[in-house]
Design a protein. Structure first.
Length: 318
């Protein structure tokens, strides 16, 4: 039995050592990968004490890897678009900001109008929430949208730095630095400093997405086994040293998802559909969870509504 297991392990290892992954699949299946990430985030918001199973909840909480996948794909896509862009950056900024602000405002404005203006007549809170300042000040609302606003603003500068001498080294340094900020994250995250630190520690995948863009564009192939080994090694180091590091699992997960999408038309269809409405599904999810919280605070609701309100308080993490 032990011999057969050893032989199986040996053959599997030899097979993996010969396999090479075409990085261009990141570009080919970008929409599908965004759909997979959107599903992960929805699952991340699902766990609860009232109607969940502890071990299942623990696994579902890893759904916040969807955020890192979004950041990676955003860095990749923005680097692609900047490599093709010439002339003034104003058209580039206009296209990028309209792409996420339009769906955000179409969903957020009616909800916050109903919540703050229609009943309470609180114009200040309406503006703070619609503008996403609520996240930076009080750790609430659609945090991913709040982060995209300044991140898109500095991306052309990062792209320019990337093409300087030692530019890639600078972005790698930024990735490592941001990943280590978990050490300085305060236990009380409901303040500006805590929100900045909590955001910055999620950005390594964005920088790495920009770094990968050249290799993806050139259809570079990488050996699978060393990538798995390196990512797993650093994950263990980060996990034991800092209690986190799950963002490193993205580089194990994305290739597996790409291969699965390539082999399954059903998965490709489902993920492509979710990818086309990924931002809308995230914003709607945030608003629905906020609705649950509002209903509970008004004195209504049952255990499920209370669970939704608890998930809203955690949703800015996912």
């Amino acid at each position: 039995m032990s011999v057969s297991c050893f032989e199986f392990f040996k053959k599997t290892t030899m097979r993996l050592s010969k396999m090479r992954f075409n990085l261009n699949l990141y570009s080919c299946y970008r929409t599908e990968l965004m759909g997979f990430a959107a599903i992960l985030i929805i699952l991340c918001h699902a766990p609860s004490k009232e109607w969940g199973i502890p071990y299942i909840n623990y696994l579902l909480c890893y759904g916040n890897l969807g955020v890192e996948i979004f950041f990676f794909l955003s860095g990749l896509g923005l680097a692609f678009s900047l490599s093709r862009h010439q002339g003034s950056l104003l058209p580039w900024y206009k296209k990028r900001y309209l792409r996420f602000l339009v769906p955000y405002l179409l969903i957020a404005v009616p909800w916050y109008y109903y919540k703050y203006l229609l009943g309470a007549g609180d114009f200040t809170r309406f503006v703070i929430n619609v503008s996403t300042l609520n996240y930076w000040l009080y750790h609430g609302g659609a945090w991913f949208v709040a982060v995209l606003m300044p991140l898109y603003l500095v991306t052309p500068l990062l792209f320019k730095i990337m093409h300087y001498h030692y530019g890639y080294a600078i972005l790698i340094f930024l990735s490592v630095t941001c990943s280590l900020l978990v050490v300085f994250e305060p236990s009380n995250i409901g303040n500006v400093f805590g929100n900045i630190i909590g955001t910055a520690k999620r950005l390594p995948c964005f920088f790495l997405g920009m770094i990968f863009s050249y290799a993806v564009k050139k259809h570079k192939k990488i050996p699978i086994l060393p990538v798995i080994a390196i990512a797993a090694f650093f994950f263990v180091i980060y996990k034991f040293a800092f209690g986190d590091g799950r963002w490193l699992l993205v580089f194990l997960l994305i290739p597996l998802v790409c291969v699965s999408i390539k082999k399954s038309d059903i998965l490709r269809t489902i993920f492509a559909f979710m990818g086309n409405i990924s931002l809308e599904s995230y914003i709607a999810n945030i608003c629905l969870l906020d609705l649950g919280l509002t209903y509970v605070k008004s004195g209504g609701g049952n255990s499920i509504c209370h669970s939704c309100s608890n998930r809203y308080n955690c949703s800015i993490r996912c």
